[in-house]
Ligand binder design. Structure first.
Ligand code: PEP
Ligand code: MG
Length: 517
C-alpha cells in the first residue's frame, strides 16, 4: 500500500494508466514553421484548453484557477519577454524557458510551482500533437502521474477517471481544486509511484485516507461491508415518473455506476465485464475481478446489479485471450460459447462473482446464449464453484441467473430458455443484427440495423410472451432500451426494466409509458 495526501475525497477503483509527461520531447524540426508560428500555435492551444470550462462552470474555485492560469498566460510582461528572447534568436522552447524563469523565481512555494506547471504545459504543446496527449481509455481508470497539471485535466475532454494519483502536488494546488470540482478521488504526494505501477494493474485509491492499494482484494477494502441477506429486495419497483418499469444503467466501470446513482437509476441493468479484460496482457485474476465486482455491489447495495459474464469474440476481440482464428467471428465462438470452452477462465470469473454477491444484490447475465444446454452447463459450473468456495471457507452467495436474448435462436426458443433462466434481458443490438442478418460494424448495411423492423419486434414479443407464461421478468438492454417510441410498441407486453446509459436515465423516467406486467 502506498501513502500520500488525500486531496479529493472518495474512493475509486480502476486499472492504472500511467502517464509519463515529465520530459518534453525534442523539437520536431521537420515542421516548416517559424519559431514565432510554433510559439503562437502552442499559446493558442493552451488558451483554448484553459477556456474550455465545461465541467468546472458551476465550481467558483475551479473557475478561479482557470482564470488565474489564463491571466499568467496573457501577462504582458511575460509575452514581451518571450517576444524579446525570440527576437534575440532563441528557439520557441528557449524563449519560454527564459521568459518564465524570473516569474518562477519571484513566486515562492505554490505560486512558483503553478507557474512552472503552466510553462511545462506550454512546452509540451510545442511538441508534436501526440506528446502530452491523453490516452482515450481513461474512463473509469486510475491516472498515475508525476505531476497533474490543470492543463492536463482540461484535456480529459469528457473522459472521467475513477481516481488520480500523483507524486507531486498538495491539497491547495490548482489541480487538486479542479479534481475536487470534478468529484474525482485523488491522492497526491505519493513518492516514486509513477514508475512503479504497471499499466493495467488494479488500484484502489482512497482520497480520504490518502492511500493507494495495488491489486486490492475485497478483504482489504474496508469499505466493503457484506449486505445482510434479508436486506435484498430483488424486485424493487420504482414508481417515479408514473411507470412501473425500472430504469437501470448500463455501465462498464464502478465510476460509471456512481453516475447511475447520481442520475437516480434504480440499479445496474448491464455491467459489461469484458472491459476488465481489454488492454490487458493477461486475463484479470479472481482477486482483481472480485475487487471490482465487490466494489460495484457494495456501491449499489440492495439495488439490482446485473453483471454480464465475459462477452468476448465477434465485435469484441480481447487480446489477452487465446487467439481465435475464425473466418466469420460474428458467427463464431462468442460470449458463452467461448467461456464454456475455457472452463478455467470462466470459473475464475464465476468464483469472483459468487464472492462479490455477498456485498450487494448481484445477478448474473449470460451473453450470446443459443441453447438451454448452455444455461444448464453454467448452472453446473456455478455449483462446482460454490462447492469449492464452501470447502475453502470463502464467503459467497448464490445468485439469480439471467439469459440475454440476442440471437434468433434464443428468441425462437424463449419458452425453453425461460425454464432454465431466472430472468431475460433482451440485447437489442445483437438481436437486431442477427435477426436482420446485418453486421453491427458495417455501415453499408446500417439501414437493416433497425429495431423497429417487424422481424425484430416479433422476436421481442415472442420473448415477452414466453417469459410471461413462465413468470420470469424481462429487461431490455441495448440501444433500443433508450428509445421511448420503440418501448411504447411493447409496453402492453410487459417490460419489467430497461437498462440505458447513465445520462439517459432521467429522460427515460420522464417519458416511459405506464406498463402492465
Ligand atoms: C446487445 O447486444 O444489445 C447488448 C446490450 O450487448 P453488447 O452491445 O455489449 O453486445
Ligand atoms: Mg450483445
Amino acid at each position: 500500500m502506498w501513502q500520500g495526501i488525500g486531496v479529493s475525497a472518495g474512493r475509486g477503483v480502476g486499472r492504472a494508466v500511467p502517464i509519463m509527461t515529465e520530459t518534453p520531447l525534442p523539437p520536431d524540426w521537420s515542421q516548416p514553421l517559424s519559431e514565432q508560428e510554433r510559439l503562437d500555435g502552442a499559446v493558442e492551444r493552451l488558451r483554448a484548453l484553459l477556456s474550455t470550462v465545461g465541467p468546472y462552470r458551476e465550481a467558483p474555485e475551479a473557475m478561479a484557477v482557470l482564470r488565474a492560469q489564463l491571466a499568467v498566460l496573457n501577462d504582458p510582461s511575460l509575452r514581451a519577454a518571450i517576444a524579446g528572447a525570440l527576437a534575440d534568436g532563441a528557439t520557441a522552447e528557449g524563449a519560454i524557458e527564459a521568459a518564465f524563469a524570473p516569474f518562477c523565481a519571484a513566486l515562492s512555494g505554490n505560486g512558483g510551482t503553478e507557474v512552472a506547471a503552466l510553462r511545462d504545459s506550454l512546452l509540451q504543446l510545442l511538441q508534436a500533437p501526440s506528446a502530452h496527449s491523453i490516452p482515450d481509455h481513461i474512463n473509469g481508470a486510475v491516472l498515475v502521474l508525476k505531476t497533474v497539471t490543470p492543463v492536463l485535466l482540461c484535456r480529459l475532454q469528457g473522459q472521467r477517471p475513477a481516481a488520480v494519483v500523483s507524486e507531486n502536488g498538495s491539497y491547495a494546488c490548482h489541480s487538486a481544486i479542479l479534481l475536487r470540482a470534478l468529484g474525482v478521488p485523488a491522492v497526491f504526494g505519493v513518492e516514486d509511484i509513477a514508475g512503479a505501477v504497471q499499466e493495467g494493474e488494479l488500484l484502489l485509491v482512497d482520497g480520504d485516507s490518502g492511500t493507494v492499494t495495488v491489486q486490492p482484494n475485497a478483504q482489504d477494502s474496508a469499505f466493503l461491508q457484506p449486505l445482510p441477506c434479508s436486506g435484498v429486495d430483488t424486485e424493487k419497483i420504482s414508481s417515479a415518473g408514473g411507470s412501473n418499469v425500472r430504469v437501470n444503467g448500463t455501465v462498464g466501470s464502478v465510476t460509471e455506476a456512481q453516475s447511475v446513482l447520481q442520475n437516480g437509476g434504480d440499479g445496474i441493468g448491464l455491467f459489461r465485464t469484458e472491459l476488465l479484460f481489454m488492454a490487458q496482457e493477461r486475463p484479470p485474476t479472481e482477486a482483481a475481478q472480485l475487487a471490482v465486482y465487490a466494489a460495484l455491489a457494495a456501491l449499489m447495495q440492495d439495488r439490482e446489479t446485473v453483471i454480464r459474464t465475459l462477452d468476448c469474440g465477434g465485435d469484441k476481440p480481447i487480446g489477452c485471450l487465446p487467439p481465435e482464428k475464425e473466418d466469420n467471428p460474428l458467427l463464431g465462438r462468442r460470449g458463452i460459447r467461448y467461456c464454456l470452452d475455457y472452463p478455467a477462465l470462466f470459473k475464475t470469473q464465476l468464483r469472483a462473482l459468487l464472492r462479490a454477491a455477498v456485498y450487494g444484490n448481484v445477478k448474473l447475465l449470460l451473453p450470446m446464449v443459443t441453447t438451454p444446454e448452455e444455461v444448464q452447463a453454467v448452472r453446473g459450473l456455478l455449483k462446482t464453484c460454490a462447492a469449492e468456495l464452501e470447502q475453502e471457507e470463502q464467503p459467497y452467495r448464490t445468485v439469480p441467473l439471467g439469459v440475454m436474448i440476442e440471437t434468433p435462436s434464443a428468441a425462437l426458443t424463449a419458452d425453453l430458455l425461460a425454464r432454465e433462466a431466472d430472468f431475460f434481458s433482451v440485447g437489442t443490438n445483437d438481436l437486431t443484427g442477427y435477426v436482420m442478418a446485418a453486421d453491427r460494424g458495417n455501415r453499408a448495411v446500417s439501414g437493416w440495423l433497425d429495431p423497429f423492423r417487424p422481424a425484430v419486434l416479433r422476436a421481442v414479443e415472442m420473448t415477452l410472451d414466453s417469459a410471461k407464461k413462465t413468470g420470469i421478468p424481462v429487461g431490455v438492454c441495448g440501444e433500443a432500451a433508450a428509445d421511448e417510441a420503440w418501448l411504447s410498441l411493447l409496453a402492453e407486453k410487459g417490460v419489467a426494466s430497461v437498462s440505458v446509459p447513465p445520462h439517459a436515465i432521467a429522460k427515460m423516467r420522464r417519458t416511459l409509458p405506464p406498463t402492465r406486467i
